[in-house]
Write a new protein. Structure first.
Length: 188
């Protein structure tokens, strides 16, 4: 979002004067004094708005966003917490549509391709591949979000795999130095 600012209120005000007042030194001086006070106020207001937008907020401002959308910081740094807030907003608006589930999970696991497969009539499986496995607190967030956005009565199972499941080992003995994958989240 961009905020349009008037670069010079004094010049803009004088340019908008009616022609009969443009040559009056009293009016010009009055406008100059009055409008010169407006520029710092606008600059401060624009800074205040800009620093509190989700994309640029830090620290306490991000915590306020988190309170509004129901996202706890959980020790996350600002960039990760901002990403979690965006995901939480999308999850709060979700109705369990597959595209939303895929979008939310792909943002959390790092914009990777996430695959969705139905399992029977009331379950689904998510799979993603990554160079560095998603673990710890981030997996807890994925599981929490999936619990929140999955339709009622629908179970899920999530797995992550390596981008290079089969690669040569360093001793030259064959294709045995990769990992195939692991289960990372499951509905209760």
């Amino acid at each position: 979002m961009s905020i349009d600012k008037v670069p010079d209120h004094t010049a803009a005000g004088i340019a908008n004067l009616l022609s009969q007042y443009k040559d009056s030194p009293t009016v010009l001086n009055f406008l100059t004094v009055l409008l010169s006070q407006l520029q710092p106020v606008e600059d401060d207001l624009v800074d205040l708005i800009f620093e509190r937008m989700l994309a640029t907020a830090v620290g306490v401002q991000l915590d306020q966003y988190g309170k509004v959308v129901g996202a706890n910081r959980r020790g996350l740094v600002d960039d990760d917490f901002r990403k979690y807030i965006r995901v939480r907003i999308q999850a709060n608006l979700s109705t369990g549509i597959v595209d939303t589930i895929l979008d939310v999970v792909s943002v959390l696991v790092g914009n990777l391709v996430v695959r969705y497969d139905r399992i029977g009539t009331a379950a689904y499986q998510l799979q993603w591949e990554t160079d560095s496995p998603v673990s710890g607190a981030l997996l807890e967030l994925v599981n929490e979000i999936l619990l929140d956005i999955s339709p009622a009565g629908v179970g899920y199972f999530a797995t992550q795999g390596s981008l290079n499941p089969l690669r040569f080992d360093t001793a030259g003995q064959g294709l045995d130095d990769g990992e195939m994958g692991e289960a990372v989240a499951m509905s209760p």
